[in-house]
Write a new protein. Structure first.
Length: 435
């Protein structure tokens, strides 16, 4: 009991430092809550609403143990209880060893998620579609899976769905990696008219363009305000986007249509869009390499064309110095108003030796302030491997929490699994009034 009280008092002090605008604390460790730790090598998270209850459900692929798991959100009262999250194997009979990514998809474009698409870079090298083929969403037996275009094997890294050619249902855009003599690239799969997901032979794959070594991030987004979805990508060296040639060109000659490749930054990998002014114009934050001497850079959009950007470095007094002698790379980036002030915050996840989750906030405005304050949200570790992260209000208390995965070292350690970190911003009143 004495230990509990001391721990609660210490946590209250730390939270108080977090919410006080006039103070700055370099270490504020957020409470972690497990969603699932039963597999090996949880490799990223994606959110959607597969059961249409208004809550953010979660899907994750476990690379080492070969699992594809859906987690149904139990609601804000129970999100801290691991047992409350329904854990459903939605692979539908497809081998998932080496799965790299999984995402929700709305294939019929009715506004509701109806499937999950999986990307596998391992020996199987396939793209999968998984859908509910029964009445019980929580039953693995009611899920079916099929390999999309089985003859088109590649080292698939990412897959996202959206309307690309203006015809039929959602198409699927994929990014690959260099494997067995095949160079990394971006492709799109054309959705056939009126096709059920099981009719995988009806989908056609077309090449869009090259990516450096491997696809790290993939986003479908209208980049030039022409009302057509473009493809934004990050490889190992730099980020850019492919301009959609339009429905007419894709209908006439999809295999010969030219997707213009427009580079935004020559260095960097993981990125996130950030609309800090809430004006409908999103800038981009891109993580930079450890050797570059900076943590990330802010790319400010200069016009509606998507071709002109201004770069502002994001530097830290401590982060790179602490990790300079051992491996540390950034794995995920997201932005939002996380703490109690009016400045945008950027949250990162990392892999290697250091703090696995940390937050950075500008000391002044972004354009004039090169150095940002760094706040570590998880303790220092000799080795960890977090993946992407999503900022969302998991417990419906009005602040942004962090959803992510920590996959460990594969065959050596299974990692912490799928988890979320609770923002302490709204915890302080409850702690100070508790008896």
């Amino acid at each position: 009991m004495k230990y509990f009280l001391r721990h609660r008092i210490l946590f209250t002090i730390v939270v108080g430092a977090f919410v006080a605008n006039s103070s700055y604390a370099p270490d504020i460790y957020w409470q972690q809550w497990l969603i699932d730790a039963s597999g090996n090598g949880a490799d990223g998270v994606h959110t959607g609403d597969i059961n249409q209850d208004g809550l953010a459900d979660v899907v994750s692929g476990w690379e080492e143990s070969g699992d594809l798991m859906l987690y149904l959100n139990p609601g804000p009262r129970n999100v801290r209880e691991t047992a409350a999250w329904s854990r459903i194997d939605v692979s539908g009979g497809i081998a998932m060893e080496g799965i790299e990514d999984a995402a929700f998809a709305d294939l019929d474009l009715d506004g509701f998620d109806d499937a999950i698409i999986s990307s596998t870079e391992g020996d199987t090298q396939h793209l999968g579609i998984h859908w509910l083929d029964g009445d019980n969403i929580a039953s693995a037996a009611d899920w079916r899976g099929a390999v999309l275009a089985p003859a088109e094997r590649s080292g698939y890294m990412k897959a996202r769905s959206a309307q690309i050619d203006g015809v039929a249902g959602a198409d699927i855009v994929v990014g690959t990696r260099d494997v067995r003599g095949e160079n990394a690239g971006i492709y799109w799969f054309r959705a056939p008219t009126g096709s059920h997901p099981q009719n995988t032979g009806h989908w056609q794959r077309f090449y869009i363009g090259a990516v450096d070594i491997k696809t790290v991030t993939l986003v479908i987004r209208d980049m030039d305000a022409d009302g057509i979805a473009d493809i934004v990508f990050a490889g190992r060296n730099g980020i850019g986007w492919f301009r959609n040639p339009g429905a007419a060109a894709l209908a006439e000659a999809p295999s010969a249509s030219s997707w213009e490749r427009i580079m935004i930054a020559a260095t960097g990998s993981e990125f996130a869009f950030c609309n800090q002014l809430a004006d409908g114009t999103s800038d981009i934050i891109v993580a930079t390499s450890h050797r570059s001497g900076m943590v990330a850079k802010w790319l400010k959009r200069l016009d509606a064309t998507g071709r002109h950007w201004e770069e502002y470095p994001i530097l830290s007094d401590t982060l790179r110095n602490e990790s300079s002698s051992r491996k540390f790379v950034i794995k995920g980036v997201a932005c939002g108003y996380v703490d109690a002030d009016d400045k945008i915050d950027v949250v990162f996840t990392g892999s290697g030796h250091g703090h696995g989750v940390f937050m950075m906030s500008p000391r002044t405005d972004i354009a004039s302030g090169l150095t940002w304050d760094t706040v570590n949200l998880t303790p220092h570790a000799a080795y960890m491997k977090y993946d992407n992260l999503i900022l969302l209000d998991m417990d419906a208390d009005g602040d942004l929490d962090i959803l992510t995965t920590e996959e460990g070292q594969g065959v050596f350690t299974s990692g912490q699994g799928v988890l979320w970190l609770e923002n302490p911003l709204k915890i302080l009143p409850a702690l100070t009034t508790a008896h």
